[in-house]
Ligand binder design. Structure first.
Ligand code: SAM
Ligand code: SF4
Length: 417
């Protein structure tokens, strides 16, 4: 049987797209393999959000050159954010690559054999569902709108059908995906919002949980916050990237909100959704970020005490406004130091936040086994490990937490008397 190998880096959107691509290849009769050496079709699903990710993609591509040249029957394809509109230039740089295709824009040999939706054949109990592609925001530092184009929402009825089919295949939890998921629907004829889609999905039988990411603070409406509060299947977990605690930096980033507006939004969310877990993204070392401006970010994180913080050092991306207009003038050592400061601060905060769960009962959805232990997530997205001899995969299980750390929790199954 012919085999395929998909290598993926980057965001959840890339992971979801790789799963779907794999499903498509399986419908064409290919079988998955873990190594490029054994594969007849190799696909690299790339990310170029930061230079470090782009370097990994280029290194991976180079490492495959010898194999591709030695095996003429192997097909090597590249998708994801590396693929820009100048495919000719990419082909010149990597002549041994057979196909470059934009995300979802499959070449003819990958066309679906029938009209069946290309959803995973054997999905995990917790599965990603892309609902909106692209981004209209053009934050000054970000390459995504240039590589993934403008926002295009999928039809709500198509998404609901797909979720029902996934549930039929054993899925209990879906995570709706978009670069800007809370602007879902504005481009559709009757302009449904994410809140409307959540209400519809909340009625799907056997679906236990719904999550969604990533939200843009300027698009998070009160209607959406209330939907999260009232819909029982929608989990109490919200990703809300703030990026900086300085209004001057937010303006230069073109984020479209102020620190005061963000703080108010976070407070509204917390007052309407008790026990909600908030996560955020931070960029340190944006051009001309001064030490006091960086300290404003530190204070905001200390004040708001997020459950999770993803921090990245600013990386100039060709073609973006920031790369054109601002000098990348914060030395790498300084960026690294600021990054470490945020990581250490967040480790302390997460330790404190997670410790509040000690002795508490939480419901988790079991997603798999790692090193002999079952692992799953709480509704708030916390990773929990526990032991059990039974097959717990895909089950909702109540656990009493007996150990916490900044990154995960451990506990024991609560036995019903
Ligand atoms: N749409 C989301 C938002 O509004 O923040 C996030 C999508 S973005 C692709 C994922 C994260 O990558 C961002 O939150 C940002 O922190 C980071 N990122 C994007 N461009 C970057 C750059 N040029 N340098 C460093 N980090 C960057
Ligand atoms: Fe990039 Fe900004 Fe769009 Fe997020 S909202 S994908 S950071 S342009």
């Amino acid at each position: 049987m012919s085999q395929y190998y998909i290598w993926t880096i980057g965001c959840q959107m890339n992971k979801a797209e790789s799963e779907r691509l794999g499903s498509c290849l399986e419908q064409l009769g290919y079988q998955a393999t873990d190594t490029a050496e054994a594969a007849d079709i190799i696909v690299l699903n790339s990310c170029v959000v930061r230079q470090s990710a782009e370097n990994r993609v280029i290194n991976k591509l180079k490492s495959l050159e010898a194999r591709r040249r030695a095996h003429q029957s192997t097909t090597l394809a590249v998708t994801g954010c590396l693929v820009n509109s100048k495919v000719d230039q990419l082909k010149k740089g990597f002549p041994y690559v057979d196909y470059f295709f934009k995300p979802g824009d499959y070449p003819p040999w990958l066309e679906k054999p029938e009209a069946a939706p290309v959803i995973p054949q054997h999905p995990s109990p917790s599965t990603f569902v892309p609902i909106i592609q692209g981004c209209n925001n053009f934050c000054s530092y970000c390459i995504v709108p240039y590589r993934r184009g403008r926002e295009v929402s999928r039809n709500a009825s198509e998404i609901v059908c797909e979720v029902k089919e996934l549930v039929h295949r054993g899925v209990r939890e879906v995570t709706l995906l978009g670069q800007n998921v809370d602007s879902y629907g504005h481009d559709l004829p009757d302009k449904p919002g994410l809140a409307d889609l959540l209400s519809e999905l909340n009625t799907v039988d056997e679906l236990a949980r719904i999550r969604f990411l990533t939200n843009h603070p300027k698009d998070m409406s009160l209607k959406l916050i209330e939907a999260i509060a009232y819909l029982d299947k929608v989990c109490e977990q919200i990703s809300l990237p703030v990026q900086s605690g300085s209004n001057d930096i937010l303006k230069a980033m073109r984020r479209g909100y102020t620190v005061e507006q963000y703080r108010q939004l976070a407070n509204t969310i917390r007052s309407k959704i008790p026990r909600v877990a908030l996560s955020t993204d931070i960029i340190v070392g944006f051009p001309s970020e001064t030490e006091p401006q960086f300290q404003q970010t530190v204070s905001l994180l200390s004040e708001l005490k997020f459950d999770t913080v993803h921090v990245a050092a600013y990386s100039p991306r060709p073609g973006t406004t920031a790369a054109r207009e601002f000098e990348d003038n914060i030395p790498p050592t300084e960026k690294k130091e600021r990054l470490n400061t945020i990581e250490q601060l967040q480790e302390r905060i997460a330790r404190e936040v997670n410790a509040q769960l000690l002795g508490k009962a939480v419901e988790i959805l079991v997603e798999g086994k790692v090193k002999g232990k079952w692992q799953g997530r709480t509704r708030t997205g916390k990773l929990v490990f526990f032991n059990d001899n039974k097959d717990c995969l895909g089950q909702l299980i109540n656990i009493r937490i007996d150990k916490t750390s900044p990154w995960s929790l451990q506990g024991e199954v609560i036995k019903l008397k």
